[in-house]
Design a protein around this ligand. Structure first.
Ligand SMILES: [Zn+2]
Length: 262
């Protein structure tokens, strides 16, 4: 059994490694211990997953599970910085795991080189403090959202396409609804990086934002994303945050009888 779980102190090497973040307000040794005792699952090891996993591993999140059945392609390399030409043709979750191991050998990384689906979601998502959705399609986002709402598991979801990105945090029993309250229909047109393109640097921006919010959640700091959706436009770098409201017709969360904050 790993000695990391429920550990109550940091090793000397950890004090040195994490010294620049431990000195932050609302972080400290207690915050670092919280990260060390935290477990997250990241679905999707492409653009956003690369960035999120790299920052969370670097920051010392104690257990990180990676899920992705996709292989690295040459067209991924402009924005998926954990990969290089030698990665092409190899599984993304495997390749990202190798990168994270070299970055930080004081955490646990669990690799799941397969696509998330309705059959395996019940095995892959439980026992994590936070589910981080870095997937690239509506069907998977809706599947993850449904599981998280039903199982009352916090969900941090983000996406980026073209020059725009968005992020939201869905917490149980807040009254601010779920992902599907906002996106209740799958668009007829395939909206994906493959069909519409994506700015590599905006992937870095949104992934960094998602990583920052994940860390704040694990540190038990407040996040506006728990009640708002953020929309970021890289064309003029505008950031707009809109208060979310639960959709009473939502076929995922409407029956959960969440208390309304109003
Ligand atoms: Zn909903």
């Amino acid at each position: 059994m790993n000695d990391r779980f429920s550990t109550t102190e940091l090793r000397v090497s950890e004090f040195e490694r994490y010294s620049r973040q431990i000195m932050l307000d609302n972080w400290g040794e207690l915050g670092q211990l919280r990260l060390k005792n935290s477990s997250v699952v990241i679905i999707g090891c492409g653009g956003l997953g690369n960035v999120v996993a790299t920052y969370l591993a670097g920051a010392g999140v104690g257990a990180i599970s990676l899920v992705d059945g996709d292989d690295v392609e040459l067209s991924n390399l402009p924005r998926q910085m954990a990969f290089d030409r030698d990665s092409c043709g190899l599984n993304k979750a495997d390749e990202l795991t190798q990168r994270l191991f070299t970055q930080n050998d004081e955490i646990d990384i669990h690799v799941n080189p397969l696509f998330l689906d309705a059959d395996n979601i019940g095995e892959l998502l439980p026992h994590h403090d936070l589910v981080i959705d870095c997937s690239d399609n509506f069907e998977t986002r809706r599947l993850i959202n449904r599981w998280c709402v039903i199982n009352k598991t916090p969900l941090l979801s983000a996406s980026v396409i073209g020059w725009q990105g968005q992020a939201l945090l869905v917490l149980p029993n807040t009254g601010y609804g779920c992902y599907q309250c906002l996106f209740d229909e799958i668009p007829k047109q395939k909206n994906s990086c493959q069909s519409l393109g994506v700015s590599p640097a905006m992937v870095g921006v949104i992934g960094s934002y998602q990583a920052n919010e994940a860390l704040r959640f694990l540190l038990k700091s407040s996040s506006k994303l728990s009640s708002h959706i953020s929309l970021i436009d890289g064309a003029d770098f505008s950031v707009n945050q809109f208060l979310r409201t639960a959709n009473p017709q939502c076929d995922v969360c409407a029956d959960m009888k969440e208390p309304n904050n109003d």
